[in-house]
Design a protein. Structure first.
Length: 336
């Protein structure tokens, strides 16, 4: 692994608001994902991952996907949540809802990347498909939905990436995309998707030309952990180098915007649907941030998590949810 360079990153400035917790909830197991239903903004999923190691016993990996309804009252500033029946599953590394408006399944369809070496597709609380990696002894680390909801990409700790039909589970392709763990796979349009890896590279792939070689590649000084399509042909990229970048996908050499260091690896990145000028960031040891899209300067910082912040999500135009791992907690807080 490459040594992290800080030549292009400055320390975070102080012109930002500090957020307080509006509501917190014990996730019981270590929490690493929080995702809102794109068809129902009041429905939230929170995923967990627990590794159990005992002398003389094989490793065991457990997970839970909690389901909840969230009410954000803008009038009095209160946030309330109601827990619903969830799902016990394998340890969850990644989780994503089927895209809104996609014709690849029901509006309540979502998928996880499982520690058991498979991507699992659920409708409601029912698993309707399990799609194994070619090497099922590896953990499945990431899942990505094609915009029409008909296909998924899923990736492993060995660098393998696969493309499959989401409805049938039929694997359409599998190839060695990276040299190390693939932390993220995200579709940018109907044909092109990106992958980011611990081999310190971001790669773009096009289904129309096959997977013998990526159509674009960029090296970073540390592993690539987040890829999120933004607007006007741009993409947001996060890295273990603690910075958030905006790139034009046609010109990956130089970022359009690069943030200061945020105090931890940039694990998840979520632009606000209501206000695209604000971007929510889960920055691991750095906590939760909302940053300005044009400058990547922090607007609001949430520091009440006591361990790595892996999951983040917009609940309303100003209210967000973040979850952290070892302290097993979900917080709701509000940005400026």
């Amino acid at each position: 692994k490459a040594t992290v360079s800080v030549l292009n990153c400055l320390s975070v400035g102080t012109k930002m608001a500090a957020a307080d917790s509006l509501l917190s909830w014990d996730t019981v197991r270590p929490a690493d994902m929080v995702e809102v239903n794109p068809n129902d903004a009041a429905e939230l999923l929170v995923a967990t991952y627990l590794l159990v190691e005992e002398d003389g016993e094989p490793q065991r990996r457990y997970g839970t996907v909690h389901r909840m309804r969230v009410a954000d009252d803008a009038a009095d500033g209160a946030v309330a949540m109601t827990l619903e029946e969830g799902v016990e599953t394998t340890g969850v590394f990644d989780m994503k809802w089927r895209p809104r408006g996609g014709d690849g399944g029901d509006a309540g369809t979502w998928g996880i990347a499982g520690a058991d070496g498979s991507a699992h597709i659920f409708t409601g609380n029912t698993c309707v498909s399990s799609i194994a990696l070619e090497d099922a002894s590896q953990c499945c680390l990431s899942i990505g939905w094609k915009p029409d909801g008909g296909s998924i990409t899923y990736a492993s700790q060995s660098g393998e990436v696969s493309l499959a039909d989401a409805a049938t589970g039929d694997r359409e392709a599998s190839w060695q995309a990276h040299d190390h763990e693939v932390w993220v796979t995200t579709w940018l349009d109907d044909h092109v998707f990106g992958t980011g890896s611990d081999d310190c590279s971001l790669r773009l792939w096009d289904t129309r030309v096959g997977f013998d070689i990526s159509i674009a590649k960029r090296r970073f000084d540390a592993g690539v952990t987040a890829i999120t399509p933004y607007k006007n042909g741009t993409v947001l990229v996060g890295s273990y180098d603690e910075c958030l970048y905006t790139f034009n996908t046609a010109r990956l050499k130089t970022p359009l915007v690069a943030s200061s260091q945020l105090g931890g690896g940039v694990w998840r990145v979520k632009p606000s649907q209501a206000n695209p000028d604000q971007i929510l960031v889960a920055a691991m040891h750095g906590g939760g941030y909302v940053v300005d899209a044009s400058t990547h300067e922090p607007v609001t910082h949430f520091t009440h998590h006591k361990s790595m912040v892996y999951g983040c999500e917009w609940v309303s135009p100003r209210t967000v949810a973040t979850c952290s791992f070892y302290d097993k907690i979900l917080h709701f807080w509000r940005t400026e």
